[in-house]
Write a protein that binds this ligand. Structure first.
Ligand code: BES
Ligand code: MN
Ligand code: MN
Length: 497
């Protein structure tokens, strides 16, 4: 019914301009009454946010105090406690029901608010688990003792993803309190995103009915800046490997044996160095075979996004950028696949010096993938290639860790248009489509298992220090997100019809 009232108001507004109806006083009154009615809902949402600002912040701080590190067994109880807190917050925000689904790993929190069979359903996905906080000594305040400084909240998980996920919980509360719910809402908030979401994949398979929806809405990515709102229209995939290189059967005196026995640390460095050529191309055989190249027009669109290489360098403390020849920084992080060593160790790394020719050396190597590379295929290509690099003097073992497939989200869909209009309403500027460099492996499965497309409406910033010491989330982004999300629900429902 509200929708038809809005349409009448719109029509009257147009008639008013066309026929100068405002000259007739009774019409004019009626029209302003309708217009007033149409804007009141949005005003009262903003009023509600303004009146509850401090509480919305304090509730986020409570969540950030729980060290829900999914990768470390020592935090299992905290992860479970965090799931409980998320469930309680969903009920408090107005969900009809909320439930914890235990898994073989960390629990999944599900909640829903049903409005009507006549409106679409939005499935909100997010994660309440966080990355480990180390190196602790580089934090200026405790990673799980959130502090607010210069309008930013500092804590592990502030932006990735507690702060962003919680905007959706608060947005539900706003819509509920102002009776402006336009869509049914389902929440699926997991505790294993940072460790590969393998139990969530199983959960999708066995809960297709429960998760029925029209779209998945995710805030777990970044935008360019508050001045340049943007929407990521793609995520890279991931293939993550661990390699172990073994030389002699025990550590040796580097004077007695050095020079006559191959050193696995030396050899591992040589092997890794050979994985890129001098043009920054990855040398794994077959690596680029399936890579989709963008045409000139698509590349131009991508490079139209505001970006300043000097500021980028300065912010990161590097003298110049680096990467595959022939591609810009935005292309290198958005549409090109990459290979990086995430960690490398072996031999003596303690204080002082110990003369040793180590028996073993290790590295963790990840590859970011783009359409149409397939994680398992790339892992296999890597294994073959890496094994082939080893001379007879050493042995190599390659073990794949988790992976995930790349995704591209459409920009011509109703959901994308609703998100774009929502951002435009909240920021006064149409968002720029960008390609994100990070990975959220479950997003590809939303499409393959549930048949659902995803909108990545992220409010983080690239300098939020996610996965890094002093992670932060700007409160301006937090509140802007809470303001924007109800617009998405409103426009998504309206555009369906
Ligand atoms: N939220 C990030 C992914 C992200 C960050 C996407 C910024 C786009 C912009 C997510 O929590 C994450 O860190 N994913 C991991 C993959 C996972 C399998 C550990 C990643 O990208 O390394
Ligand atoms: Mn995340
Ligand atoms: Mn993350």
């Amino acid at each position: 019914m509200w929708k038809s009232i809005f349409q009448v108001a719109d029509l009257l507004l147009r008639l008013q301009t066309v026929f100068s109806l405002q000259r007739i006083p009774e019409w004019s009154d009626a029209i302003s009454c309708f217009i007033h009615f149409q804007t009141t809902a949005m005003n009262s949402q903003q009023d509600f946010i303004n009146q509850n600002k401090d509480r919305f912040l304090n509730e986020l701080l409570e969540l950030l105090r729980i060290p829900s590190v999914s990768a470390d067994r020592a935090y299992t109880k905290d992860v479970a406690r965090c799931a409980d807190a998320v469930k309680d917050s969903l009920l408090k925000a107005g969900c009809d029901k909320a439930e914890i689904f235990p898994t073989e790993g960390h629990p999944i929190v599900y909640g829903e608010k049903f409005v009507s069979n006549d409106v679409p359903t939005v499935l909100v996905y997010g994660h309440y688990d966080v990355q480990p906080a180390d190196p602790l000594e580089l934090w200026t305040s405790g990673p799980f003792e959130p502090v607010v400084k210069d309008g930013k909240v500092y804590a592990r998980g502030a932006a990735d993803d507690k702060g962003q996920m919680f905007m959706h919980v608060k947005a539900l509360e706003v819509m509920n309190a102002t009776s402006t719910l336009a869509c049914n809402v389902k929440f699926m908030i997991e505790g294993e995103e940072e460790v590969g979401s393998s139990n969530l994949a199983t959960f999708l398979e066995s809960h297709k009915e429960l998760l029925k929806a029209d779209i998945v809405l995710v805030s777990d990515t970044s935008m360019i800046s508050m001045e340049h709102p943007s929407i990521e229209t793609g995520l890279r995939g991931l293939a993550y490997m661990e390699v172990e290189v073994t030389g002699p059967n025990r550590d040796l005196h580097s004077g007695v044996y050095g020079g006559a026995v191959n050193n696995p640390c030396n050899e591992l460095c040589r092997m890794i160095a050979s994985l890129h050529d001098e043009n920054g191309r990855i040398m794994v055989e077959g690596f680029y075979d399936k890579v989709v190249e963008l045409n000139a027009e698509e590349r131009k669109a991508l490079n139209d996004a505001p970006f300043n290489q000097n500021e980028y360098n300065e912010e990161l403390g590097v003298k110049e950028g680096w990467g595959e020849d022939g591609y810009t920084t935005l292309e290198r992080t958005g549409i090109r696949p990459t290979l990086d060593v995430n960690g490398i160790w072996g031999g003596y790394t303690g204080e002082g010096a110990k003369t040793v020719l180590p028996s073993k050396a290790f590295a963790k190597i990840s590859m970011r993938l783009v359409p149409n590379q397939v994680s398992d295929e790339i892992s296999e290509l890597f294994r073959k290639h890496f094994e082939s690099l080893a001379p007879a003097s050493i042995q190599v073992k390659v073990t794949p860790h988790h992976g995930g497939e790349p995704v591209v989200t459409p920009t011509d869909s109703i959901a994308y248009k609703a998100a774009a209009k929502a951002l435009e309403t909240a920021f006064g500027k149409a968002p720029i489509p960008t390609r994100g460099g990070g990975s959220i492996p479950i997003v590809a499965l939303f499409e393959h298992v549930l048949g659902l497309k995803t909108v990545l409406m992220g409010f983080g910033l690239d300098n939020d220090n996610i996965h890094s010491p002093n992670e932060k989330y700007d409160l301006a982004n937090y509140y802007k997100g809470i303001e924007t999300i109800p617009y998405f629900h409103k426009y998504f429902a309206e555009m369906q019809k």
